[in-house]
Design a protein around this ligand. Structure first.
Ligand SMILES: [Ca+2]
Ligand SMILES: [Ca+2]
Ligand SMILES: [Ca+2]
Length: 285
């Protein structure tokens, strides 16, 4: 999963080289079951600097998990440690709160911090505590994945609603993918999984919808080119049975794939949050 163990800090650390804005960085770490990392002790700071150096990021800045959430200049880590408790050095001429819009903290390769615009994009680190790292039979440390003998895949039902693209990212960050139905039997498996979460237990606007891994690749042309996230047609993937009166492209904005309670396919709005199902094939890493 890209994490390296840092024994001196007893923590797992992952460097994300592809830059993201601060909110996105925080979300990405959260989806991985970690937090946006901060240089909160000298061992961790050293490990971060070493990893930046090995990836030739030493000249660049990374986002830390330190933000001024409540009031200007009152910086604290995501887990609530105030900046004043950390022994960090400001870079020259920092903090300057440029344009009165610098509420997120970056760190450079010399472990100097600066305030920066949260909408800038920077590489970042995610950190995970060392405890939850026992691998189960789904090949993951996440015990919400359960092996289904009928398909040989593991599935996780996400009750916390997300948009389709966020859901796809959440599955990928778990070493999985939004579920793809490869047989009528797998449709039945997902139907039974969905039934374990009855409508009245889900806090979501559309509790009859669970997003899965297909979408309209030609959404702007609106010609209904439904492919799996790996680019196969539904027929080639092994299942293409739509629910009654679907796809209906309701309101002209349904370009993402889901199932409904009968386990059959439905088109759904990409930008509306819904529950979703991730699939981990044991061969898939
Ligand atoms: Ca600044
Ligand atoms: Ca599948
Ligand atoms: Ca629909």
């Amino acid at each position: 999963m890209g994490y390296e163990y840092v024994p001196e800090a007893d923590i797992w650390l992952r460097l994300h080289i592809v830059p993201a804005d601060w909110q996105e960085a925080r979300l990405r770490c959260h989806l991985e079951g970690g937090v946006l990392a901060s240089p909160s002790n000298s061992a961790l700071t050293k490990a971060m600097i070493d990893m930046m150096s090995s990836k030739e990021l030493i000249m660049k800045k990374i986002f830390t998990g330190i933000q001024a959430v409540v009031a200007k200049g009152h910086f604290m880590t995501i887990d609530g440690i105030p900046l004043s408790n950390l022994s960090l050095r400001w870079a020259d001429n920092e903090p300057n709160n440029a344009n009165n819009n610098e509420d997120c903290l970056t760190m450079n390769g010399e472990s100097e911090v600066a305030d920066a615009n949260c909408a800038d994009v920077c590489p970042f680190f995610c950190a995970k505590k060392s405890s939850k790292m026992t691998v189960n039979k789904c090949g993951t440390t996440d015990d919400e994945y359960h092996l289904e003998p009928r398909t040989g895949s593991c599935y996780k039902f996400h009750q916390l609603p997300r948009t389709w693209h966020q859901a796809a990212g959440a599955c990928f960050s778990e070493g999985a993918h939004l579920a793809i139905i490869n047989s009528p039997e797998e449709s039945q498996v997902l139907k039974e999984l969905f039934a374990k979460y009855p409508q009245n237990t889900l806090r979501v606007k559309y509790p009859h919808v669970a997003m899965i891994g297909f979408w309209d690749w030609n959404e702007h042309a609106r010609n209904g080119e439904w492919l799996t996230i790996f680019g196969e047609t539904l027929a080639a993937a092994g299942f293409s049975t739509w629910s009654a009166n679907e796809p209906n492209n309701a309101f002209g904005i349904e370009f993402c794939g889901s199932i409904v309670r009968d386990g059959l396919l439905n088109d759904f709005e990409c930008n509306t949050s819904a529950v979703f199902i991730c699939e981990r094939e044991r061969a898939y890493k």
